[in-house]
Design a protein around this ligand. Structure first.
Ligand code: TYM
Length: 360
């Protein structure tokens, strides 16, 4: 199956999406993004993508490959790699089930309103509140004065991403909670000073998997940039690799299987992953596997993850051969995104007192 059939033989020509372009219907609007900063992993899938896909059933969804954010990562980015990863991540989003017919899928840098709106918000956001952001503190640690202004301003760009689309809900992992709160604060401050322009969003986290931990160090989150090869399950890992990584996952000394993040972080993480990929409650799984030892439990988690990833991996392989279609789809997505973002930006500029061209 090629991309065309995945896309339902879509034509990318002028197709109106009135419900998206105007806010005449009381439908929930969803926005979320992911950085093309490395291969997506199990944390990305369970923390974000599972909800992205599910929310398409009940909301207008807008999903974005946030390439401008990826440029702020402390390790200098390689231009070639960034380009390749942008396409790969968009392909991953399609493979996981983002439906470009129903939802808008686009690349952040294709919609210049994001950067322009960031400037407006830069003049509303406070230096102090940005400096306190946990992700900035973590990523800038030990880097002294060489930290880029982009890294500092990262959450303001994220605020623009969300508010430009009047998003009500933002499906993300637990680590993004502070960024979404900041977006609310900035939006609220703007509305208070300049009039009601922006909708205030709220974060939506999954029941299980909102914070998937590193398999080798279950006190740290699984991360593209910080996890070791053995600590991370990449979504395109081969089944044997996945099995090996789960077998060597760090657990605890007592062999009981129960959920207790403080006492048993390793086992609790495995239970949450198991729950996230199967949809079965953590407590049910714990009751089923307790008493059987870690070996069979780890094997069951590995098998469930392999099964969950199989359709994603198959779909990804089909799609990756058809870059032209993916490019066309992203171009169409950017057009649709601009139809929403441009009028919002215009209203914000006017509210702030910027003179519209041609007026005096
Ligand atoms: P990013 O690219 O780091 O991660 C993408 C999504 O994956 C979630 N995630 C996790 N969830 C559970 N366990 C983990 N170990 C884990 N690691 C990552 C993240 O919470 C996120 O939902 N700042 C965002 C990107 C962004 C964005 C936005 C998100 C830019 N603009 C607007 C929402 C709305 C980020 O760094 O995601």
């Amino acid at each position: 199956m090629g991309v065309v059939s995945v896309l339902g033989n879509a034509t990318f020509g002028a197709r109106p999406f009135p419900a998206f372009a105007t806010r005449t219907t009381p439908v929930t609007r969803v926005f979320s993004g992911m950085q093309p900063s490395g291969e997506p992993h199990l944390g990305n899938l369970l923390g974000a993508w599972v909800n992205w896909v599910a929310m398409q059933e009940r909301a207008e969804c807008i999903y974005c490959v946030v390439d401008l954010h990826a440029m702020t990562s402390p390790a200098e980015h390689e231009p070639e790699t960034l380009r390749a990863r942008t396409v790969e991540l968009a392909t991953g989003m399609l493979a996981v089930g983002v439906d470009p017919e129903r939802s808008i899928l686009f690349v952040q840098s294709h919609v210049p309103e994001h950067t322009e709106c960031t400037w407006l918000f830069n003049c509303v956001a406070g230096f102090g509140e940005l400096r306190k952001q946990p992700q900035f503190k973590e990523k800038s640690e030990g880097r002294g004065e060489s930290v880029s202004v982009g890294l500092f301003d990262y959450p303001v760009l994220q605020t623009a991403d969300i508010l430009l689309y009047h998003a009500d809900e933002v499906p993300v992992g637990e680590d993004q909670r502070h960024h979404i709160e900041l977006a609310r604060d900035i939006g609220q401050r703007f509305n208070h000073r300049f009039g009601e322009v922006f909708t205030l969003p709220k974060a939506v986290h999954p029941q299980a998997g909102s914070r998937v931990m590193d398999l080798q160090d279950p006190t740290r989150k699984m991360s593209k940039s910080q996890s070791s090869e053995k600590g991370i399950i990449r979504l395109l890992d081969a089944p044997q690799q996945i099995e090996k990584k789960f077998k060597s996952a760090v657990t605890d000394s007592a062999a009981d299987i129960r959920h207790d993040r403080a006492e048993k972080p390793g086992v609790s993480n495995l239970l949450e992953i198991f729950s996230g990929v199967t949809g079965t409650q953590v407590e049910t799984l714990a009751a089923e596997y307790d008493g059987g030892g870690y070996g069979p439990f780890k094997q069951a988690v590995a098998d469930a993850v392999v099964e969950r990833l199989r359709p994603f991996q198959d779909r990804y392989r089909e799609l990756e051969g058809d870059r032209g279609e993916v490019a066309a789809l992203l171009a169409r997505g950017a057009e649709r995104a601009r139809e929403i973002a441009a009028p919002t930006l215009e209203r914000a500029k006017q509210a702030m007192g910027l003179l519209p061209p041609g007026q005096a």
